[in-house]
Each structure stands twice: as C-alpha cells, then as structure tokens.
Design a protein around this ligand. Structure first.
Ligand code: FA5
Length: 338
C-alpha cells in the first residue's frame, strides 16, 4: 500500500508539472481526486489493510490527497496567470486606431418633403393640425358635401372598419374637425397618412397628403395662387410658375387643379412633363358654402380656400423618382441617397 501511495504521488506530480492549461489541471483533479479518481479508489482499498496499520496508512492517504490538492492549486495559480497574460497580450487594444464609424440613418424622402412644406407654410403663418387616420364617414365624406351614394365616393374607395368608420381617404376630413373646433380666422396645415384601394406606379394604397385650409374675411382664389406659388418656389428651389385648371371637388366651389411649370425643363416640354411644360401637383378650390354652413361658419361673412397635395407626388417630382413603390420597399440603397 505504501508503495502504491508513493507511486501515485509521483505520477500525479509528474502529470501536474506537464499541465500547461487550466483545462488539463481540471481533468487531473478529476483523475486523481474525483469520485472515481485514483485517490478515492485507494481509499476503497483501505478495507483490506490490517487493522493495526489502518491509522498510519489512512494518514498517508490523507497526506497524499492534500499533497495532490496543493500541487494542483499551485500549478493552477501559475497557469492562470500565464493564461491571463496571454489573453491580455492577444486582446490588446490599440486606442490610437480610428474607430468604426456608426451607420447613420437619414430622413425618408416623404418626411423630407413634409418638413420642407411645413417649413415653407409656417413662414406664411400656417399651424399644423393633425386629424385621426381612422375616421368617421361623417368627417371624411358627409360633412365635405359627399353624401352616401354620391358618385365622388367611387374615386376614393377605401378600407371600411364598420359601415360608418373607415381609414380616411383624404386629409380634407381635418378641415371639418378644425372648423368644428376653432372659429375663423383659420390657417392650418393638416399632414398625414391616407388610404385608398389603389395600386400602380403612381398610386399606393397608403400614401401621404397635406391639407391646407385658410378661412377668413375676404379670402379669394388669388390668395390661394399666391400662397402656393410662394411655397412651390421654396420647395422646388426654382423659379417655378403655377397655373390653375378647372376641376371638381364636392367640397370646393370653384375647384381647381394646380400645375407647376416643369422644374426639369423649365416649361419647354420634356419626358417628365410629357411635353406639356406643366406638372399637376394638387387639388384645391374655394371652400364650398355648404361645407362652411355644415361647420357653423357664415359663408356670407367668411370665405376660404383649401388644397390637398400628395407628398409622394411632390417627392417623386423633386427627386426624379419614377415609381411610388420605392418609398415603401425599405431598400437601404434607395433610402441612403437622401
Ligand atoms: C383630394 O384628395 C382632395 N381632398 C384634395 C383637395 C383638398 C381638393 C382640398 C380641394 C380642396 P385627389 O384625390 O386629387 O384630391 O388627391 C390629391 C393628391 O393626392 C393627388 O394630386 C395625388 O398627388 C395624391 N394621390 C391621390 N391618390 C393617390 C394614391 N393612391 N397614391 C399616391 N398619391 C395619391
């Protein structure tokens, strides 16, 4: 037994001396001191040791265990110190190297145009007034002089939540909400998302509009033309002209479509303006007397103009984007150009 103990201590010390990483030391601890380890096996053999030798042999086995334990601990200290040193050397950080640049986002082109328009209109005294996207048929159609079964509804088919609640088709609903809340003078802009069952290169089921409404004494179509011409010059960053063409909206009378002179060719005619020199950008008109009356505003005292433009349409013109669907694809190559 004494011989076995001696040999075991020798072999353990040899093994521990050769171990160079913590993992090997852990494995040696299991090999010698674990539940099925060599020292434990030795202890099991104690039952065969003569009774009178048991105290002495028992002490030797205990000493053996303590010696191996101590040897492993000492070796562990050294190995760990070496490992730490190696890691620090390998993971050394050169603080003088340039850092990795963070990728910065940019504003979506629709938001860019929205902000530019708000900026330009704010300079003329307009305040932002936002209405809800889930809207009552009452505000989106009825109060705008579009009763049930009116043919103008066909142009703006939308997504209905119930018979009387829908996803708004136009920010014009905000006109009514604003006039219900405030009395003239009114000068507001109402930007936001609107929905229609449309889908092609220039029409999307969800898009953005910006409504403008001015109601006061003595407002005329000339005010509308002047305001829009001023804003278009700022937003298109060019000396664009505007022209009014007759149109029809149930909530304005007279109604007009507004064209700007083509910012690509300066009005000479090109592929963008389809050779006409003009590009349509919005619908507008003088607020219909019926709409003013619906909102308890006396049409014999007050008059107003309103307009509604598509933000995607303006962004497409300004940045030369050929398909509205690019706005919603979230393709980083497209978005990072703005
Ligand atoms: C209207 O929505 C009226 N509410 C505008 C208005 C306001 C007239 C106030 C008079 C007074 P219209 O349906 O033409 O009008 O839409 C206005 C603009 O929204 C269009 O010129 C176009 O730029 C944009 N637009 C319309 N449908 C879509 C669509 N499906 N996708 C993207 N843009 C669209």
């Amino acid at each position: 037994m004494k011989e076995r103990i001696k040999l075991l201590l020798q072999s353990a010390k040899e093994d521990i001396k050769n171990a160079s990483v913590s993992k090997e030391l852990y494995e040696l601890r299991v090999k010698y001191l674990g539940r099925t380890g060599a020292v434990t096996e030795l202890l099991k053999g104690m039952k065969d040791v003569p009774k009178e030798d048991k105290p002495a042999i028992g002490k030797l086995v205990n000493d053996l265990r303590e010696d191996i334990e101590r040897a492993i601990e000492e070796s562990e200290k050294q190995v760990k110190a070496k490992e730490l040193e190696k890691r620090l050397r390998e993971e050394e950080i050169d603080v003088t190297l340039p850092g990795k640049a963070l990728k910065k986002g940019s504003l979506h082109p629709v938001n860019l145009v929205r902000n530019q328009l708000i900026d330009a209109f704010s300079g003329l005294g307009f305040k932002v007034f936002e209405g809800p996207e889930i809207e009552l048929d009452y505000y989106n159609f009825q109060q705008l002089n579009i009763p049930e079964d009116h043919p103008a509804r066909d142009m703006q088919d939308t997504f209905y939540i119930t018979d009387s609640i829908l996803l708004r088709t136009q920010t014009s609903a905000g006109q009514i909400r604003c006039m219900e809340k405030d009395k003239p003078p009114i000068k507001i802009l109402s930007p936001g998302r609107v929905y229609r069952s449309d889908y092609d290169a220039t029409h999307s089921p969800m898009f953005h509009q910006m409504e403008g409404l001015v109601v006061d004494k003595g407002i005329t179509l000339c005010d509308l033309k002047g305001v829009l011409e001023e804003v278009c010059k700022k937003v298109f960053e060019a000396d664009v002209k505007t022209r009014l063409r007759p149109s029809y909206f149930p909530f304005t009378e007279p109604s007009v479509e507004i064209d700007v002179s083509c910012c690509e060719c300066g009005g000479k005619g090109c592929s963008l303006c389809k050779g006409t020199g003009w590009i349509e950008i919005l619908g507008a008109g003088m607020v219909n007397r019926v709409v003013l009356e619906n909102c308890d505003v006396d049409p014999d005292v007050y008059s107003g103009f309103a307009f509604g433009l598509g933000l995607e349409r303006i962004a497409m013109l300004k940045y030369g984007i050929p398909d509205i669907r690019y706005f919603y694809d979230n393709d980083i190559r497209f978005l990072k150009q703005f």
